[in-house]
Design a protein around this ligand. Structure first.
Ligand SMILES: Nc1ncnc2c1ncn2[C@@H]1O[C@H](COP(=O)(O)OP(=O)(O)OP(=O)(O)O)[C@@H](O)[C@H]1O
Ligand SMILES: Cc1cn([C@H]2C[C@H](O)[C@@H](COP(=O)(O)O)O2)c(=O)[nH]c1=O
Length: 740
């Protein structure tokens, strides 16, 4: 009876009796820890701690350097236009190398020892930063000093292009993958949150104190912009020294694991691009990140006109900017705590969709408050996408090509951002002041809104496409998975499996007549010439028989505790399903089982009062989500059933000997389960005669067998996701700390 079963590969595993999974497909095991605890645990890893300090110092120097070189260049010339040109020129020159040399820079990170790449880059930057104020001290003309500042800045940025991929590619080698996300959170918050603020504060304090000390008559070398350049220069020297003496691990990981490549740089370069183009995960990530940056660029490029379209002024423009940054911080800082164990691949695509849908909110905003909400959500989506994207790139791209991939992301994001800002501001500039009036409907639409609308829609498509390319839980419903993840119980994908048979389970309390009915049904079906497998839980296999003895034939102190009992039944089930049920269903047999998952939910859940959801996860995990096609529930008053059992005079086993209250709970749990999924259950009054019951069962089973191809197997249940990476124990962390 070939029929494509719902448990086929990629089918969603959904709740069985509301059971849920505590795991996610892509690793996110830090999510359950509090933010502070996760950060403490990642900072306990010595090489990362040192690298984080280096990054903080370097980033502080960078921000100070950006302020200092720009202010310094402007100070060397007179006149507003010249000052403006000098200031803007330095900033533009900082972006230029990325456009020209970005992709090649990644080859350095993959080809040469990353520690030495970082050290040499930092030493060169130390010299170049120092050269700017030194040259000014030689008494050269303002124009020459500005020219040198521009050349030095260009060189510094070129060098930075090699330093960043080397650093980015090194981080995943220094920490366990499970902690990569927290490490990225920490790095992003340090680079874009703490250090720019610290740099601005230091620049202001420097300016005030120098002016205070010198009474405004300061020598040129004491100008705050020059001092800031010195600070930046020495920060580079400091980071070079820390990397060379304090983080040897950056080299050790690489030389220990890989042979140096024989390939030419050109080949390595081409190979990097090929890898990005041909690897769906990386392609999806890179496209998604570019899409997010393009959207961000369009929001930035249209922001002025957008604020005007709200009838608000410059203040609204700055408010919207602030809102985007607040959103970014929220996304990066709180995102992982919200989605918890969600697959990071899925989270990435969803975040892009969130950011893009929020751009649509902006497009339709009729009030500043709505626009503020949209801006916060745009930032949050972009922040989460960036965090998930960098974490996935770090964790899932092989060390050999990681530098090139990071370099492409680095250059691509800058390029996309600049293009998006430039093009959108040109487009909006052309049509911004105009309004399109649609027919005579009195609806007018500004071109700014239309552009935002187009960007939002394009972003949603980019997000969905990235999601589709990278999805590691194909077939698992997205919103249910998201909701489950937020509650700490993401769904898991079904075990690949095609059922060609029929799976019927008999459930009910003690002495309900399950064995009697099961035998009658099997005889009937065999009489029709069908392949029938009669089985039971617990005890259908040799392993199961031993488990059966452990759960039913032990007493007193020897008897398993409720949790141990639940685990033993689950162990029996896992083995039973794997070795008996699934193979029989695959070959097309009718499998009739005396008890299955519902017995655990009723006996261990309701009877022993263990949490039903946990018992359900356990069974879902044990069975890989396999649900029966039909459950025949034989309902009988426990007193009647137990009396029948007693009349067999075999003596009561451990569970039969439980109190009437226990068996009452079991009975009502069975009835509740049936009520929750009536299509899949046939509930029969087991006090009727055995013949009557057998007839009702036969009628129902015949309905299935009349048109075997039409059997719609139930969608499998979800359980804990076993692909979750384990957390490192404190001992393992200590071992990492001790490693040289
Ligand atoms: N409909 C019925 N009416 C009266 N007696 C029945 C009926 N069905 C089965 N019996 C009898 O009740 C006893 C228990 O039946 P059976 O072993 O089929 O129940 P069970 O549910 O499999 O029991 P257990 O819970 O011990 O596995 C047997 O002696 C059987 O002959
Ligand atoms: C599968 C399963 C069974 N039980 C209990 C129910 C019964 O008391 C015995 C099995 O005995 P039977 O004569 O074969 O019906 O085990 C349980 O508590 N949990 C389970 O998952």
């Amino acid at each position: 009876m070939p029929s494509s079963g719902p448990a086929r590969g990629g089918t969603a595993i959904e709740s069985q009796n509301n059971g849920e999974s505590p795991g996610g497909s892509s690793p996110a095991p830090q999510a359950d820890r509090s933010g502070a605890a996760a950060i403490r645990s990642v900072l306990r890893i010595r090489p990362f701690r040192r690298l984080w300090i280096v990054l903080g110092v370097a980033s502080f120097g960078d921000w100070l350097g950006l302020l200092a070189t720009s202010v310094f260049a402007a100070a060397q010339v007179s006149g507003d236009t010249a000052k403006g040109a000098a200031f803007g020129g330095v900033i533009a020159i900082r972006l230029l190398p990325a456009l020209l040399l970005g992709p090649v820079a990644g080859v350095f990170a993959d080809r040469f020892d990353r520690r030495w790449t970082m050290v040499i880059c930092d030493l060169l930057r130390f010299v170049l930063f120092a050269s700017i104020p030194l040259y000014a001290l030689t008494g050269a003309s303002g124009a020459l000093v500005v020219t040198w500042a521009a050349i030095a800045t260009f060189l510094i940025e070129t060098i930075t292009l090699m330093w960043i991929p080397a650093k980015e590619a090194a981080v995943p080698n220094l920490i366990p993958r499970a902690r990569l996300e927290t490490a990225n959170q920490l790095t992003l918050i340090t680079t874009y949150g703490i250090t720019p603020i610290a740099a601005a504060l230091v620049a202001a304090v420097l300016d005030r104190s120098v002016r205070g000390v010198t009474g405004g008559q300061m020598p040129s070398w004491a100008e705050p912009a020059q001092l800031a350049l010195w600070v930046n220069s020495f920060s580079r020297l400091a980071t070079a020294l820390v990397v060379v003496f304090g983080i040897r691990e950056i080299s050790q990981v690489r030389t220990g694991e890989r042979e140096p490549t024989e390939q030419s740089m050109m080949r390595q370069f081409a190979e990097g691009w090929r890898f990005i183009g041909q690897t769906p995960l990386v392609r999806g990530l890179v496209l998604g990140i570019f899409g997010a940056f393009a959207g961000g660029g369009i929001v930035v490029g249209t922001a002025k006109f957008f604020a005007a379209s709200l009838g608000a002024g410059d203040a609204a423009f700055f408010l919207l900017f602030g809102a985007i940054f607040i959103g970014l911080a929220l996304g990066i800082g709180a995102g992982p705590m919200i989605v918890r164990d969600m697959s990071r691949r899925r989270w990435f695509g969803m975040s892009i969709v969130l950011a893009s849908a929020s751009v649509l909110v902006l497009a339709f905003a009729i009030h500043l408050s709505m626009a503020m909400l949209g801006a916060i959500l745009v930032g949050a989506g972009a922040g989460m996408a960036f965090l998930a994207g960098t974490t996935l790139l770090g964790g899932e791209v092989a060390d050999e090509v990681r530098g090139r991939v990071f370099a492409v992301v680095q250059i691509g994001t800058r390029l996309v951002l600049i293009l998006a800002i430039a093009l959108s501001s040109i487009l909006v500039g052309v049509g911004g002041s105009r309004r399109l009036t649609i027919a005579d409907l009195g609806i007018s639409v500004s071109s700014t809104r239309l552009l935002l609308l187009a960007a939002g829609v394009a972003g949603i498509f980019a997000g969905i496409s990235a999601f589709g390319q990278m999805d590691d839980k194909k077939g698992v419903p997205v919103l249910a998975d998201l909701w489950g993840s937020i509650r700490g119980r993401p769904l898991m994908p079904a075990e690949p499996f095609v059922s060609n048979g029929l799976f019927v389970v008999f459930e009910g309390g003690e002495g309900a007549g399950k064995s009697t009915q099961l035998a009658a049904l099997a005889d009937r079906l065999r009489g029709q010439g069908r392949d029938v497998v009669v089985t039971r839980e617990p005890g259908a296999t040799a392993v199961g028989e031993r488990i059966r003895a452990l759960v039913l034939e032990t007493e007193g102190a020897e008897a398993p505790s409720p949790r141990a009992e639940a685990l033993l039944y689950a162990a029996d089930r896992a083995h039973h399903v794997a070795t008996v049920v699934r193979p029989a269903l695959v070959r097309g047999a009718v499998v009739i089982s005396d008890r299955y998952v519902d017995s655990s939910l009723a006996y261990q859940g309701a009877g022993r009062t263990l949490p039903a959801q946990e018992v359900s996860w356990l069974s879902s995990w044990a069975t890989g989500g396999l649900k029966p096609d039909l459950v025949v529930l034989l309902d009988v008053d426990p007193r009647t059933g137990l009396a029948r059992v007693e009349s067999r005079r075999q003596g009561a086993d451990r569970l039969e000997a439980e109190s009437i209250a226990f068996h009452e709970r079991v009975r009502y749990a069975f009835l509740d389960l049936a009520a929750a999924d009536p299509k899949r259950y046939l509930v029969l009054d087991a006090s009727r005669s055995a013949e009557e019951i057998a007839e009702a069962v036969a009628r129902r089973v015949d309905e299935f067998l009349v048109d075997p191809a039409g059997i719609v197997h139930p969608r499998p249940a979800h359980g804990p996701d076993t692909t979750v990476q384990p957390e490192l124990s404190d001992e393992e962390l200590m071992a990492m700390e001790r490693s040289p």
